[in-house]
Design a protein around this ligand. Structure first.
Ligand code: SAM
Length: 291
């Protein structure tokens, strides 16, 4: 099997397996945590407009639903995600709140989106998982109208986001098989290098590219911390496979490593991200990345 296909299959399996179940189960907590990022994306959505907006890697749908609320009855808000369980929850939420938002379960890298149909394409940390980001962003470019905007938030480096990697660092001596992060492959920190992000967008025919650092203060209740750090990230993928005694020992060790983030009944940390803006120039429509 070629490497790209293997990576693509791995990502699909990840987002339809344990990672997806953890995101579905922790939906309330994650939406609370990531709300400041969503608000920054919403600023790009003209309230009450008749525009069409695509939310890439929409997960359980919080941002897609918020966009639909902001657009009102004239606009169109569509989320696309590779994860069946997460899209399933997004659809249930839309139904529950009577939202006109719709969802596509597909790989945004190669799904045949309607050409020149979106005025705005956004993503809340959902675009770092493509096996070929240039092909993916070229696909999104073709779905964008001329002068459409692209706005997404992606993580900066693991070193700038120590909260996100504390669990795996604390657990590593106890779990030699913990999967290592691949800095050059798809994953949470694959957009850490802003020059790489710039090149990806240029090569996929986006223009007016602006990438700026964004440090967002974030909180969660202390009562949620243990569940968060044992379910999400690389640790959450392997902990279910160890015996109860080992799991309890690892959980206690890892929880202690988070003490510096705990202030009474609140956990406080900073999310170090890039806010990326770009435009679809008319010249770039027909071209588009490697294929
Ligand atoms: C970190 S989660 C973010 C989810 C959502 N944007 C949020 O903020 O709650 C990343 C999302 O990207 C999705 N994803 C990963 N690879 C994808 C692909 N190739 N096409 C579409 N979605 C993808 C995952 O299924 C997951 O829902």
């Amino acid at each position: 099997m070629d490497v790209a296909r293997q990576i693509s299959d791995e990502q699909k399996a990840l987002w339809n397996g344990r990672a997806a179940r953890a995101w579905v189960d922790a939906q309330d907590l994650l939406d609370h945590m990531l709300k400041p990022l969503e608000d920054l994306l919403l600023d790009a959505v003209p309230a009450g407009s008749a525009g069409s907006v695509l939310d890439v890697g929409c997960g359980t749908g919080s941002t897609t639903l918020a966009i639909a609320r902001r657009l009102g009855t004239k606009g169109r808000s569509i989320g696309i995600d590779i994860s069946e369980p997460m899209i399933g929850l997004a659809r249930t939420r839309a139904e529950r709140e009577g939202s006109p938002a719709t969802f596509i379960r597909a790989n945004a890298q190669d799904h045949a989106l309607e050409p020149a149909s979106f005025d705005l394409i956004v993503s809340r940390i959902g675009v770092m998982f493509f096996d070929d980001p240039v092909v993916a962003f070229a696909n999104l470019r073709r779905a964008a109208r001329d002068r459409a905007e692209l706005r997404f938030v992606a993580w900066r480096s693991a070193a700038e986001n120590p909260f996100m990697t504390t669990a795996e660092r604390a657990a590593a001596p106890l779990l030699p098989n913990l999967p290592a992060r691949r800095p050059d492959g798809p994953g949470q920190f694959s957009f850490a290098d802003e020059h790489r992000v710039q090149r990806i967008l240029q090569d996929s025919n986006w223009s007016d590219i602006h990438i700026r650092p964004l440090d967002v203060a974030c909180t969660m209740p202390e009562s949620e911390l243990l569940g968060y750090l044992t379910r999400l990230g690389p640790l959450g993928l392997v902990l279910p496979d160890v015996d109860d005694q080992t799991r309890a020992h690892i959980a206690a060790t890892v929880r202690a490593a988070f003490d510096r983030y705990v202030h009474g009944d609140e956990v406080r940390f900073t999310m170090a991200c890039w806010m990326v803006d770009a435009k679809a120039s008319a010249a770039g429509r027909a071209e588009g990345g490697r294929e």
